[in-house]
Write a protein that binds this ligand. Sequence first.
Ligand code: CUA
Length: 323
Amino acid sequence: MNVFDPASSTALSIRDLFLLVVAISGLIFLAVGGMLAYCVVAFRQRGDSDSAEPPQIYGSKPIEVAWTVAPVLIVFILFLVVIRTVAQVRQDEPPPDAKTLRVTVVGRQWWWEYRYQSYGDESLGFTAANEMHIPASDADEKRPTFLDLQSEDVVHCYWVPRLAGKTDLLPGRTNRMWFQTKQAGLYLGQCAEYCGTQHANMIIRVIVDPPDKFAAWLAHERQPAVDDPTQSAGKKFFLGLNCVKCHTVRGTTAAGTAGPDLTHLKSRETLASGMVPNTRANLREWLRDPCGPDGIKPGCLMPDLQLDKRQLDLLVDYLETLK
Ligand code: CUA
């Protein structure tokens, strides 16, 4: 997460604006600080006694005009530059020649839901969680990503510094943002609006894939869940638990929508919105006690199901098959 290392044109415009504002503020700081230091040293002489006051003078019209007009001009210039940057960054329609990915991002306490809408002319209609894969652009083809930002509960804020600026997710409203990048790789971000206990652990992971890798990921993600006949006992156990009221596993009767979609749980690298690596041990620990004071994410909204060791193993064995 580095605002000085932009990987998209949007982030570059914002970085340049930021540097300009820092430079102007820095100059003002040096001017004011310098004059202050000069005055403290140059006029340090006292009168005959400590209580003697220096000569009292009433202000000066030219100076007062100068220090009113100069800041107004500076603010006006910054205002114009900001307007220009906002215009550069805000582009409501994708270029007509671009292959556009459209995703609805839903902020939730305390994780991210990604509803994949369409890619180019193709409609998608599946849901993922916490890790968003998007395609990289290249010289031949632009592949921008357009996000519709919504919230299911409180105000969150989507911020991946190397790709774009911050945009709030507000209940009852849809905000939009977009970006594109040619650099494949992992981009980290953070919820940037305080939204409750686990605000700091709403980590954003955007994975920019080369186009062929992205196409393969899409094809995999659209499939229903793997049905491994050797784990039918675990599957039956899972489907009989309260898990199904909040989680969806496509291809089964689990169709809850309050929690992350688990259809391809094990295709993700992390658990609990980027908190821990998605290993068997961490998954088991998560199911043992997700929300308690000793749990992985204290205060999170997934209840502790009070499973015993045998039940935990059964459940983990099944969830491990959801590749
Ligand atoms: Cu979501 Cu802070």
